[in-house]
Write a protein that binds this ligand. Structure first.
Ligand code: NI
Ligand code: MN
Length: 231
C-alpha cells in the first residue's frame, strides 16, 4: 500500500513497507511544515525538482542523517556531492529503474538560474524538472514548479497517471485554472494540490480547484500539512 504524506508546500513523502522517498523536503523555514526535520524517521531516496531553497530545503542534512541517495539533475547533484551527499545524477527526459520503481524526469517550465539564497555554497544554475514515478504499483506525477504546457498529455500515454501533485499557488507556478487545465491533459485519477498558501503571494482557493477537478470526474484530495492518504 502507498502512503503519501504532505509536509506543506511541495514536500511529499511516499512510503510503503519497503521504501521511503521524499520529494522536495523543505521543512526548516517552511511556515506550513507540521514537523521538524528530525521527525523524518527514514528516507532511502530524496528527489529534488530544482535548486530553489523552497525545494532543496533540508536535503543535505536529511541525506547525511539517513544515508539517502539524492536524485536530481546533473548540475544539482554535483553541488550536493561536493557537500558529501550520495547522489544519482539524471537529466530531463531520462528515466532509470530504482529499487522503489522507475523514475522519469519530466520537463517543467520554470527558472533556476543559480543563487546564493541558501546558506552555504551558492546553488549552480540548474534545469527545473518534474517527476513521473512508479511507486507501490501506482504512477505518481509531481509537477515541480511549472507553468501549464500541453505536452503534459504525453505523460499519461504510456500508463495512466494515478496521482498528480500539482502546484496551484499562482505567481511562481500554475494557478488554480491552469492546474485544473493541466489535469485535462494528464487525466490523472486523483489530484493533490501543492505549492500554495505557504506565503501571502501564493494564496489559492483550494475549494475552487477541487470543484474544477471533480467536474472532470476525477478525485481531488486536499491534504493539510502533516496529513496523509493511503491508496
Ligand atoms: Ni522554484
Ligand atoms: Mn517553489
Amino acid at each position: 500500500m502507498l502512503r503519501l504524506t504532505y509536509y506543506g508546500h511541495a514536500a511529499i513523502q511516499l512510503s510503503d513497507s519497503k521504501h521511503t522517498v521524499l520529494i522536495d523536503p523543505f521543512i526548516t523555514g517552511n511556515p506550513l511544515a507540521p514537523i521538524k526535520p528530525g521527525e523524518i524517521k527514514a528516507c532511502d531516496f530524496i528527489l529534488v525538482t530544482h535548486g530553489h531553497a523552497d525545494h532543496l530545503g533540508d536535503t543535505v542534512a536529511l541525506a547525511k542523517r539517513h544515508n539517502s541517495t539524492v536524485v536530481a539533475t546533473w548540475e544539482l547533484t554535483n553541488y550536493l556531492a561536493a557537500q558529501g551527499v550520495a547522489v544519482h545524477p539524471m537529466s530531463v527526459g531520462g528515466s532509470f529503474e530504482f529499487p522503489f520503481g522507475r523514475l522519469k524526469l519530466t520537463p517543467a517550465l520554470h527558472g533556476c538560474g543559480g543563487s546564493a539564497e541558501s546558506e552555504g555554497p551558492a546553488v549552480p544554475a540548474n534545469t527545473p524538472v518534474g517527476f513521473l514515478l512508479n511507486f507501490a504499483k501506482k504512477v505518481i506525477y509531481h509537477a515541480g514548479d511549472t507553468a501549464l504546457f500541453s505536452d503534459m498529455q504525453l505523460l499519461s500515454e504510456k500508463a495512466p497517471v494515478n496521482i498528480a501533485c500539482l502546484p496551484i499557488g499562482d505567481n511562481y507556478t500554475m494557478g488554480v485554472d491552469d492546474a485544473a487545465r493541466a489535469n485535462e491533459f494528464l487525466k490523472a485519477e486523483r489530484c493533490i494540490p501543492i505549492h500554495y498558501n505557504t506565503w501571502d503571494v501564493i494564496q489559492a482557493d483550494v475549494q475552487a480547484f477541487q470543484f474544477k477537478i471533480e467536474k472532470q470526474g476525477k478525485k481531488c484530495t486536499v491534504l493539510n500539512p502533516g496529513e496523509f492518504v493511503e491508496l
